[in-house]
Design a binder for this molecule. Structure first.
Ligand SMILES: NC(=O)c1ccc[n+]([C@@H]2O[C@H](COP(=O)([O-])OP(=O)(O)OC[C@H]3O[C@@H](n4cnc5c(N)ncnc54)[C@H](OP(=O)(O)O)[C@@H]3O)[C@@H](O)[C@H]2O)c1
Length: 228
């Protein structure tokens, strides 16, 4: 097998499994472009005695569907995502994570989410779904179904992100390959919810727990889940 890909060398002070997980996390965070182009990560785990080469994950070698569909969402413990067409919390750390994750990509959202944001998000191709066939919004491509949104993005090389809200998440989840899931560790009173996911269908690529701090009121966890 010819391997043309990212090479990660790691000093071995922890178990190989831990290092491999770490490498995979790095890979997913920073190298989605390479993954899109079907490059394979070559991970060396370097121990004192030996140099154990070439860990590749089987799923990495499968050519992903084009384009790869991702969801970015922040949920409460009860899967709450919004109330009165607003978010339920102000968590700058999650806003930063969302910006980092989606910048440079196409984002697809429902008309109500667009209304709540109020403007196209910069450095992203913005697509809004509505049933209103005469709606026009400057700086936004308006479509009349999720299928239409997927049709006009099918030549995208980078993953396309579904960014809400509940109606659009529900329709897109079965087609989604990667879930960028932020859990805010609190139960919220809400009127919109993310569909509960069956965790047996998802592999945890990375999980990063964080404690509340002066800027972020609640404990939270960033997870990247990949459909098995
Ligand atoms: N926590 C998070 O990560 C997060 C992320 C995003 C949003 N949110 C929250 O989610 C809430 C909004 O969610 P929502 O479910 O009420 O609304 P939404 O999914 O953002 O938008 C719903 C609208 O999308 C259009 N639509 C939906 N399905 C369609 C289809 N098959 N064909 C054509 N158009 C379709 C319709 O627009 P028209 O009515 O114009 O026809 C519908 O009213 C807000 O509270 C927001 O703050 C939370």
């Amino acid at each position: 097998m010819e391997i043309t890909g990212l090479e990660i060398k790691l000093p071995c002070s922890e178990s190989h499994a831990t290092l491999l997980q770490f490498a995979m996390t790095l890979y997913y965070r920073h190298c989605e472009e390479e993954r899109r182009r079907n490059l394979i990560p070559l991970v060396y785990l370097q121990s004192k005695e030996s140099f154990i080469p070439t860990y590749t994950n089987e799923t990495m070698t499968n050519k992903p569907k084009t384009p790869s569909l991702s969801i970015a969402v922040a949920v409460g413990e009860n899967f709450a995502i919004g109330k009165n067409n607003q978010l339920l919390w102000h968590m700058p750390a999650d806003l930063k994570f969302f910006k980092q994750t989606t910048s440079g990509h196409t984002i697809i959202m429902g008309r109500k989410t667009f209304d709540s944001v109020g403007r196209p998000l910069p450095n992203r191709r913005n697509i809004v779904i509505t049933r209103n066939s005469s709606l026009k919004i400057e700086g936004v491509e308006v479509v009349n179904s999720l299928d239409e949104a997927l049709e006009i993005t099918k030549t995208e090389e980078k993953p396309v992100f579904i960014v809400g809200g509940a109606e659009i998440y529900r329709q897109a989840l079965p087609k989604t390959e990667t879930l960028y899931l932020t859990t805010i560790h609190q139960t919220f009173d809400a009127d919109t919810f993310f569909p509960e996911i069956d965790r047996s269908e998802w592999e945890v690529v990375s999980a990063e727990p964080h404690k509340a701090d002066e800027k972020n009121k609640y404990d939270y966890t960033f997870e990247v889940l990949k459909r098995k």
